[in-house]
Ligand binder design. Structure first.
Ligand SMILES: [Zn+2]
Length: 333
């Protein structure tokens, strides 16, 4: 009797051991199938996203190179310049800057710029206004810039170009929906086109203004000349273009603080330092930065730049509005 019970117990234990073993084998087999499948799915999704991003960045770079030239790095080593090698080279008749035929931005002595509001640090009383502005977008970097601005609850100004690709529709819309100011920076950004005659300038401006209105519902009132109003390449007297903006009730904004992110060798550190050391010199600081696929250092520097500005006494970061005192390198008045 006892031996029967012992045998039964042993059989029971044996079969439960078998069941456990079977479960273990099944679980192992299921896991060895599921885990690689999950990893494959995750990797496929990530690859797809990165591939999209790569394609977007490549398209952005193509856009940028077609305007700034592939020799950008070499030519851009001139201090304080942004180059448009391709534009200038293809138009030998184009009026050029005094020292170089490839400069977009002439060297600007910010101290001599006539700006409403105190420019002498000793005259600065009350609040200092800092306007962060981004030129040339949208690009594959815009969403990252917008994420950072959102994180710090900061509103900026985007001087955008006309990029009709469907992928940017949401980016233009997000700039507006996030509460930033949408400014214009020419539709084509091609100097040989927009600065060849007043009519070309007008046509490019209308095209961009209408495009932005149709894309975002915003009728933009703010403009930044490619190369600034002090660019040395326009074949038309800049005062004619400025008069046209005035008659269209559009205000143009240059800058008195530059990130220098368009210069060869610009790094996160130089960008940070160019901005943070120059802001204390002005009461109204219009800061020039670029929103472009190859300006990753600008994106990387942005959080620390914002933190540094926010830690300055009596200093606020605001978007350009109708009440913003313009900084203008050339003033018609
Ligand atoms: Zn530009």
């Amino acid at each position: 009797m006892e031996s029967n019970n012992a045998v039964k117990k042993e059989r029971k234990e044996y079969s439960s051991r078998i069941r456990r073993l079977r479960r273990l084998i099944l679980t192992t087999v299921a896991a060895s199938c599921l885990i690689p499948t999950c990893i494959c799915v995750i990797l496929a999704v990530r690859f797809d996203r990165l591939n999209d991003r790569y394609k977007q960045a490549s398209a952005d770079l193509e856009w940028y190179r077609s305007r700034y030239g592939s020799e950008m790095e070499i030519l851009g080593s001139e201090q304080g310049t942004e180059v448009v090698a391709s534009d200038v080279k293809t138009t030998p008749e184009m009026k050029t800057a005094p020292d170089s035929s490839t400069e977009e931005y002439m060297d600007v002595d910010y101290a001599t710029i006539d700006v409403s509001g105190a420019q002498n640090p000793e005259d600065i009383e009350g609040t200092r206004y800092v306007y962060l502005t981004f030129d040339d977008g949208p690009s594959s970097s815009t969403d990252e810039i917008l994420d950072i601005l959102e994180e710090y609850d900061v509103k900026a100004t985007f001087f955008v170009c006309g990029k009709p690709s469907a992928k940017y529709k949401d980016v233009y819309a997000r700039i507006v929906d996030d509460g930033h100011t949408l400014g214009m920076h020419s539709y084509s950004h091609k100097y040989s086109d927009i600065y060849s005659s007043l009519d070309s300038f007008k046509a490019d401006l209308d095209k961009l203004r209408i495009f932005l209105y149709e894309t975002t519902g915003v009728w933009s009132k703010y403009y930044r000349f490619p190369g600034g109003s002090s660019n040395g390449v326009s074949q038309v007297d800049m005062s004619e273009l400025i008069d046209h903006l005035d008659s269209s009730e559009i205000t143009y904004y240059d800058w008195n603080v530059s990130a220098g992110d368009d210069r060869a060798g610009a790094t996160k550190e130089t960008i940070y330092s160019n901005i943070v050391t120059n802001i204390p010199k002005f009461k109204h600081c219009i800061v020039l930065m670029h929103d472009a696929a190859d300006k990753q250092s600008t994106v990387e520097a942005l959080p620390e730049i914002i933190e540094a500005i926010q830690s300055m006494d009596d200093t606020v970061i605001v978007p350009i509005t109708d009440n913003t005192l313009p900084v203008q390198h050339i003033n018609n008045n």
